[in-house]
Design a protein around this ligand. Structure first.
Ligand SMILES: [Zn+2]
Ligand SMILES: [Zn+2]
Length: 289
């Protein structure tokens, strides 16, 4: 992506009313990109889509000016699991998500780094690297794998930049695997983002340690204190990251041109619209301090 382009704004949208509705919503919100689940997010079951519905989605997105579609894998996926059965299931789900992403005109499948479940971080990252290497072999053209950072609770990995550095070492810098940077998760993991100085410090640490820039951003404010390791999303500007933090994030050079996907709470109708508007106003030059 061009270093000069502003961040492209998107949102995670529901698919329960059909893919045509999803694109209509994206159009109404004037999104540049969107993210969706293609299976039950808290189960394994894949949604049944007719090929025609997926083809129509792709062409509708193109005519709505949606430059990028991202598929988020379900939360049960754990490619780092020491349990072979769970790992096999996870591999199958992500491989299938990638095939669907390709059919939908998507550019990436995003999933969390996973849990080592007591095997230890080193073993967990080794298992994850093995899983990713095998997935990359069968990956459809144009669809990459993005590993998301986490709040780092319990045996959950991805709460420290060093985990990504270790993973990319094992993968030998495979270009088909990148990082999705979730602002809420980073802040919750202790990489503070509540203000320009913290943003610059945390992103510099990311760059120094991981070595590659993020490829996707999840734009979420955080409802818990920095470093509390709690994954609680909040509306943009109303959490512990706050407006100053987002204003700085949205201006960072290394994040420009990337898709920034909102995964903010949907408790009231039009919450999505309010968050999109808030992000756009924080991006506007007039909003700069
Ligand atoms: Zn996220
Ligand atoms: Zn989260």
């Amino acid at each position: 992506m061009s270093g000069a382009a502003p961040m492209r704004i998107g949102a995670h949208l529901p698919v329960g009313r059909g893919l045509a509705w999803t694109v209509r919503r994206a159009r109404r919100l004037r999104l540049d990109c969107l993210q969706l689940f293609v299976r039950n997010p808290r189960g394994w079951r894949a949604r049944a889509y007719a090929d025609r519905e997926m083809d129509e989605f792709r062409s509708r997105c193109a005519s709505a000016g949606i430059a990028s579609v991202i598929v988020h894998s379900c939360y049960l996926v754990n490619l780092a699991s020491p349990d072979e059965e769970l790992r096999a299931r996870s591999l199958e789900a992500v491989a299938d998500d990638a095939v669907r992403a390709a059919r939908l005109g998507g550019s990436a499948v995003v999933f969390h780094m996973g849990h080592h479940m007591g095997a230890g971080v080193r073993a967990g990252i080794r298992t994850l690297a093995r899983s990713l290497s095998s997935l990359v072999k069968g990956l459809p053209e144009g669809v990459d794998l993005l590993v998301e950072n986490a709040a780092g609770r319990g045996t959950e990995m991805g709460g420290e930049w060093e985990h990504f550095a270790a993973l990319f070492d094992l993968l030998d810098g495979d270009p088909r695997v990148g990082v999705c940077f979730d602002t809420c998760h980073a802040h919750a993991a202790g990489y503070r983002l509540d203000g320009a100085r913290w943003v610059s410090r945390s992103l510099a640490g990311f760059k120094r340690t991981v070595g590659v820039p993020p490829r996707l951003v999840h734009l979420n404010d955080c409802a818990a204190p920095a470093g509390a390791h709690k994954d609680l999303h909040q509306h943009i500007g109303l959490g512990t990251i706050g407006e100053a933090g987002f204003r700085a994030l949205l201006r960072r050079r290394e994040l420009r041109g990337l898709c920034g996907i909102l995964e903010t709470p949907m408790t009231r109708p039009r919450d999505d619209l309010r968050n999109v508007r808030r992000v756009r106003s924080l991006m506007a030059p007039a909003a700069s301090p």
